[in-house]
Ligand binder design. Structure first.
Ligand SMILES: Cc1cc2nc3c(=O)[nH]c(=O)nc-3n(C[C@H](O)[C@H](O)[C@H](O)COP(=O)(O)OP(=O)(O)OC[C@H]3O[C@@H](n4cnc5c(N)ncnc54)[C@H](O)[C@@H]3O)c2cc1C
Length: 401
């Protein structure tokens, strides 16, 4: 979309042209508000473009408040109920964008993420929204009838100021702590932040043990802190990734172990006993290789119980089977850490929801100042929930600015 310039001063300035900022701009523009969006990067919507492996997992059919992490689990309910996944899907349909459900309600573009960004920009255009890129905001001050902003290009004034600058993930895509600093400037509490939906790193000895497994994936059940996910786990040259581990990273705290069941689809003890009866001559490693990738079976047996590897099932006692079950179904793994903001998809924590109205997203102590999207302490699970939060919070705020 061509960049535009405003001759009149805008009613609303939105800082951050990501998912939440653009959606807010559309909703406010449609109400006849003069909207200016300021983006410090050279392009808008960079995270939309890189999302979902380039196909943007733009929402989830089953979005519900339980899919979000926040100090206040109730905060997200109002906005999510006023602009639902079905409202966003209707918009996608209106623009003729082809999409499909990949799994678990996750909706992806058939073609490219660019389709979603183009849709948002077309809606911005139709609503008369002005967007300026490569503009950095310096000083922000509250004045009698709104806010005064100093940018690299101008001094601007507005009645309503919306902070949609996102979280800290992927700094090279334009992420900054601007929203948190501004919140603090106006006396709002900011909860501690940490990277989430991020691969785990492993200690040097585990990395060495798993060196030959890079690229191997397995359907696992992983649990930690009372939360459980059944998804794929992927070994990488740095540690463990894949949807199961990305999901778990949002609930894991440094120093904790995660429990992994690499044979979640079966009662291991019962199956081993049955196999001992039906195929007594096969070895433990051959039995495992029939249920796990051969490399993974060999590597885990070598690591945990090399003496059982070549033992025939007929020669195994029930105690051996119990040991195998414990090792493979209750694997206690202590990650070394995570890959951090460099590769995290989202940021946990942020501007405390207690400081912001769940209806309009205005700061309780500062009329005219709004916070939306990922900058708030609301973090979705993997699967399109983070975009749905950006759309819903942006839309709700756009009704009120
Ligand atoms: C690799 C990757 C893949 C992802 N895939 C998915 C997915 O498929 N589905 C899903 O639901 N979620 C996905 N996410 C998460 C999702 O992208 C974010 O949760 C979502 O973009 C948050 O929207 P937002 O508008 O709050 O913030 P952002 O989209 O991050 O937008 C914030 C904008 O503010 C700008 N900005 C920052 N600081 C300043 C400043 N000081 N001045 C001006 N502008 C500023 C940034 O450049 C950016 O354009 C993914 C994230 C990553 C990193």
């Amino acid at each position: 979309m061509p960049e535009q310039s405003t001759s009149q001063s805008p009613d609303v300035i939105i800082i951050g042209a990501g998912a939440a900022g653009l959606m807010c701009a559309i909703a406010a523009g449609q109400r006849g508000r003069r909207v200016l969006v300021l983006e410090h990067a050279n392009k808008v919507g960079k995270k939309i473009l890189m999302s979902g492996g380039g196909r943007c997992n733009f929402t989830n059919l089953f979005t519900a408040p339980d899919n979000f992490i926040s100090a206040n689990q109730h905060f997200c309910k109002s906005a999510l109920s006023r602009f639902t996944q079905h409202d966003f899907i209707a918009l996608v349909h209106k623009h003729g964008i082809a999409f499909h459900e990949k799994k678990l309600g996750q909706l992806f573009c058939d073609n490219k993420s660019r389709d979603i960004l183009n849709m948002l920009l077309a809606e911005c255009d139709a609503a008369g929204v002005c967007i300026q890129t490569s503009v950095s905001v310096g000083k922000v001050q509250a004045v009698s009838d709104g806010f005064q902003l100093t940018t690299t290009t101008a001094s601007l004034q507005c009645q309503s100021l919306v902070i949609a600058t996102g979280g800290l993930s992927i700094p090279k895509m334009g992420a900054t702590g601007f929203g948190y600093a501004l919140a603090k400037q106006f006396g709002l509490q900011v909860l501690p932040t940490s990277p989430a939906l991020v691969p785990f790193t492993l200690s040097a000895d585990l990395l060495q043990a798993f060196a030959g497994l890079s690229g191997v994936s397995a359907a696992v059940e992983v649990s930690c802190n009372g939360v459980r996910f059944s998804e794929n786990m992927l070994f990488t040259h740095r540690g463990l990734s894949g949807p199961a581990m990305l999901q778990m990273s949002s609930y894991w705290r440094p120093g904790a172990s995660v429990e992994i069941n690499v044979l979640p689809q079966m009662d291991v003890l019962a199956e081993l006993r049955k196999a001992r009866q039906n195929s007594p001559k096969i070895t433990v490693s051959a039995w495992l290789a029939a249920h796990l990738s051969k490399n993974l079976a060999r590597c885990l047996l070598q690591l945990w119980c090399p003496q059982l590897q070549d033992q025939r099932l007929a020669d195994c006692a029930d105690a051996d089977f119990s040991k195998l079950q414990r090792l493979f179904c209750q694997w206690q793994l202590k990650p070394n850490g995570t890959e951090g903001y460099r590769t995290a998809e989202v940021t946990l924590g942020g501007v405390a929801t207690a400081e912001v109205s769940s209806k309009s997203f205005v700061a309780r102590n500062q009329p005219g100042l709004y916070f939306i999207g990922e900058v708030l302490d609301v973090t979705g699970q993997l699967g399109g929930y983070n975009f749905q939060w950006a759309w819903a919070s942006g839309h709700a705020c756009g009704q009120c600015v």
